[in-house]
Design a protein. Structure first.
Length: 357
């Protein structure tokens, strides 16, 4: 089985999920060729698990001050190069194309007539998934961005028969909490974030960001974004402040870390995530990170929800290596049966008993 696997590299969440899948494919009778797009190749880091991967420019969203800028996104899109990449991507000889919301691989696979499967958080939207009203343009973009023949969604709750629990990239670390708070707000102005954090001088913060230096500014310790140091700080922290991206919040839930989250303005996925987190009681949501909202969150006793996600990466890797022949609903019953109690699991309400094999 040869699989061409595309990953949207704009944010680190998709890459983190891909690392978990790369480990899960080890030992299986499958050859994976990885394709990354959405970020310059020299800005990618900790990419050893993917071997000699391919890279395309792809498509990405322009952001300023924590907000999506659609006009700037369109002006910087590079549509001619995008169409060229779709036409020239070497897809022949692959049995299956998989995309984690990566648009070049998705379109190239469908153009070549190869079965194309989407696996990612964006494919969970629709049906009963909490989604804010309006945002017509953002909805259309999400639907058309990386089209597939079959979509496998990932979410914190089984909102549809095609929706599985999160794929997690978590090393075996001691998760006993210490005193520091991890902060990861890559789309925010780092100087403004530091100013806000310094309004609570008794609390130590570990702030990570793509272009940050290794430095100390009062009670704020700054770090460049690197996988191993970040996961170590995450494992030992007493709480996390982040945007409402899917992967990091999922890791916080698995490690039972209280979360203060601010959805990226104008980003439908993050606004929907914030809605789901509120409804599920999984995090504290704030419209803006201010000294007041920060102090209020630090002052209340924050307890993380009790939730434990199974080995979704392993189940998906075996399913893909076997040709993805069965329907996603069989995976859903198995994996949510290992995540939720019988009372919590809506599969049971539908008359479907979760398989525990």
């Amino acid at each position: 089985m040869r699989i061409l696997y595309g990953v949207q590299a704009t944010g680190n969440g998709h890459i983190s999920r891909a690392r978990a899948m790369a480990r899960a494919f080890e030992g299986l009778d499958v050859e994976i060729v990885w394709v990354f797009s959405g970020r310059e190749r020299d800005q990618l880091f900790d990419m050893a698990p993917f071997g000699d991967f391919l890279h395309c420019r792809g498509l990405t969203f322009a952001t300023e001050a924590g907000r999506i800028r659609y006009r700037k996104t369109l002006s910087q899109a590079g549509l001619w190069q995008f169409r060229r990449d779709v036409r020239t991507l070497p897809v022949r000889g692959f049995d299956l194309v998989v995309t984690d919301f990566e648009p070049v691989v998705a379109r190239a696979g469908r153009r070549a007539g190869i079965p194309t499967i989407g696996i990612g958080h964006q494919y969970a939207f629709g049906g009963d998934t909490p989604t804010p009203a309006g945002h017509w343009l953002a909805r259309r973009i999400m639907q058309a961005f990386a089209p597939v023949d079959r979509g496998i969604g990932l979410h914190w709750h089984p909102y549809g028969r095609h929706v599985l629990p999160p794929v997690l990239d978590l090393p075996p670390l001691d998760i006993q909490p210490q005193e520091h708070i991890v902060v990861y707000l890559p789309f925010e102005d780092a100087r403004r974030v530091v100013d806000v954090l310094q309004q609570c001088p008794a609390q130590r913060f570990e702030l990570f960001g793509p272009a940050l230096p290794e430095a100390v500014s009062g009670n704020v310790h700054l770090h460049p974004a690197r996988v191993a140091p970040f996961k170590q700080a995450l494992a030992s922290c007493s709480g996390v402040i982040c945007n409402s991206g899917f992967e990091l919040v999922s890791e916080c839930l698995q490690w039972r870390k209280p979360v203060l989250t601010r959805p990226l303005r104008g980003q439908l996925e993050q606004l929907a995530n914030a809605m789901a987190l509120r409804e599920l009681g999984y995090a504290t949501v704030t419209a803006e990170l201010t000294a007041d909202s920060l102090a209020a969150w630090l002052a209340r006793p924050n307890t993380a929800p009790t939730v434990h996600f199974p080995d979704v990466a392993g189940a998906l890797a075996r399913w893909l290596a076997g040709g993805a022949r069965s329907e996603a609903a069989s995976l859903q019953a198995l994996l949510w049966g290992r995540t939720l109690s019988p009372q919590q699991n809506p599969c049971n309400a539908l008359g479907k008993q979760p398989a525990m094999g």
